[in-house]
Ligand binder design. Sequence first.
Ligand code: ZN
Length: 349
Amino acid sequence: MDCSGCSACLFSWGLRNKRHCILNEQYSPEEYTKKAQELRTGSYAAFSAAQREFAGVRLNCIRKAVHSVQSEECIGDYLQNCKACVACFNALDSQDCRYMYDGVSCKDCGDCNEMGYSELCYDVVEAFPEAYSVLWSFLTANTSDMQYCDHCYNSKHLFGCVGIRKGEYCILNKQYSKEEFEKLIPKIIEKMIVDGEWGEFLPVAMSPFAYNETVAQEAFPLTKGEAEKRGWQWRDAEEKQSQYLGPDYAIPDVITNAPDAIIEKILRCAVTGKPYKIIPQELKFYRDMGLPVPRMCPEERHRERMALRNPRKLWNRECAKCSKAIETTYAPERPEIVYCESCYLSSVY
Ligand SMILES: [Zn+2]
């Protein structure tokens, strides 16, 4: 990870223009081929040992305060080719956005999540692509001048609508003329201001998912009690998921010893105990790549991958080299060595 201009490298971090490195150690091409083959035997024991060793390598590597590249006047992380974006995370080719997560080619958007090629949007969840002047809405594409709408596409001039396709001048899914629409909207807004509804996002009760079923739980994890205290739904895992009482199948250490029949077996997650299975395409992939059959259920593997990303939160910290104040997504108590951008660049190049 954090390698660039590298090829033929394994389990390495923070390298530039390198070849034939394993666990950040330089090898000759012959030594590299031999050692790489040892790691690619598909043995779970060997792979796990390399992963543990890699964790030690990672801890000793220098980290940049944030992972953003080619971005200027920005505050946030995982930004690429962005300008003047504040409190934004995971954005690409965007400009003048605020509090936007997961955006591509957006301009002047605020309080938005999962956005693409959109402009002048506020409080919107998933507009992809091309939303223009869309406010307080959920799931849309190719729309403009839309407020308080849900699942509306290829439309314009909508208010409080659900599921409209190729529509215009509709309020609460009812068709109006342009003149009627423009006359009614100010009256509705006036009433909503009086009722304290104007400017607020759609009520959380409309969410078809419980908090812990959404990506919000990955970025901003809450306990069941914390979510319910806020009045948000929570869904416990279905009982049947943990009711498998059959024999535990012992997964062979090496992938070449895994029989075709393993796809029929019920495997048990080494972390959560949850039963899971693998599918034929998955087995073929592991065999082709020389990887062992995973010991964790898909959800736990997803959680482990997500944990590699830094949280969507900034802390004040000091550069570990020059002591300059930095804003970083590495919490102060984390053990990684975190540098300001100039110290990082002078160290890795
Ligand atoms: Zn520094």
